[in-house]
Design a protein around this ligand. Structure first.
Ligand code: ATP
Ligand code: MG
Length: 254
């Protein structure tokens, strides 16, 4: 096992920040000591050998492709400690009976995010919804299966060309299973958070997803439906919000 070299790669500021286009400030925010310790914990626990390449660097998270000693690929997602806004975040957790609200505060809420994403990915999996397989989490770091080929992560559906009628039908079944079987509403669903892999849509980024019993679940579901319908309409798929809403809420299966 070579956990030291993986960690060393991570803290090798120049190579890392250049590749990701991170400015000094962002870089400092992400890799505070607690985050480095969490990464180290996951790297050790899952025998991660090295970091292959950065996949994405956004406002709220960083995602890397990492490889374990058996050459299996994973995606390591690191939630940034300081950019998650407490009030926004709390909206998604409040009203979710699965989380112990008394113990959530400003300094530990980012940890809830990784836990929530892990649990949601597990529930989706049990419901047969395609998405990354969750392996583990520690504080603000999540390890899941890598979706993509050797050299490239799977593209977001916004960046592909395909038969969008077929894709829409597959995605709507996934959203329905997510709602009916996993009892979850994604709450940030759009063409950015669906990857295209082996001809199938893979739903990602489910940290903010809420239980279908959440007081605002219906509002979030309608917003998801609006985003997805708008995207597929642009791709000339015959669809509309109310049909999709009825399909997801309805008992019948196509
Ligand atoms: N398991 C995975 N395998 C391959 N690529 C992934 C995986 N998870 C995430 N990605 C890539 O990383 C990007 C960011 O991940 P995600 O959507 O989960 O984070 P995010 O919270 O949206 O981050 P931000 O909004 O701050 O960019 C995704 O759009 C996708 O391209
Ligand atoms: Mg995203």
């Amino acid at each position: 096992m070579n956990d030291k070299s993986a960690l060393k790669q991570l803290i090798d500021a120049d190579e890392f920040s250049n590749k990701l286009n991170l400015d000094r400030k962002t870089y400092g925010l992400v890799f505070d000591k607690r985050t480095l310790n969490s990464i180290y914990y996951i790297i050790k626990k899952f025998n991660i050998d090295f970091i292959d390449f950065p996949i994405s660097s956004g406002k709220e998270s960083l995602v890397f492709k990492v490889i374990d000693i058996k050459r299996k690929a994973f995606a390591l997602k690191i939630y940034k400690m300081s950019t998650l806004k407490f009030s926004n975040t709390f909206e998604y957790i409040r009203g979710d009976y699965r989380f112990d609200k008394e113990r959530i505060n400003r300094s530990n809420i980012v940890y809830i995010w990784a836990q929530k994403e892990f649990t949601n990915l597990e529930d989706m999996r049990k419901a047969g919804v395609k998405g990354p397989v969750p392996y583990g989490y520690h504080k603000n770091v999540l390890l899941m299966s890598y979706v993509g080929s050797k050299n490239e992560p799977a593209p977001q559906i916004k960046n592909i060309d395909t038969d969008f009628d077929i894709l829409y039908n597959k995605l709507k079944l996934n959203i329905k299973n997510m709602y009916k079987k996993a009892r979850l509403v994604h709450a940030d669903l759009s063409e950015y958070n669906v990857l295209y892999y082996r001809k199938n849509p893979y739903v990602i980024d489910v940290g903010q997803s809420v239980s279908a019993k959440h007081p605002r679940a219906d509002e979030f579901l309608r917003r998801d439906i609006k985003n997805i319908t708008a995207f597929f309409l642009k791709k000339n798929v015959k669809c509309n919000e109310s049909d999709l809403y009825r399909y997801i809420k309805g008992e019948e299966y196509d």
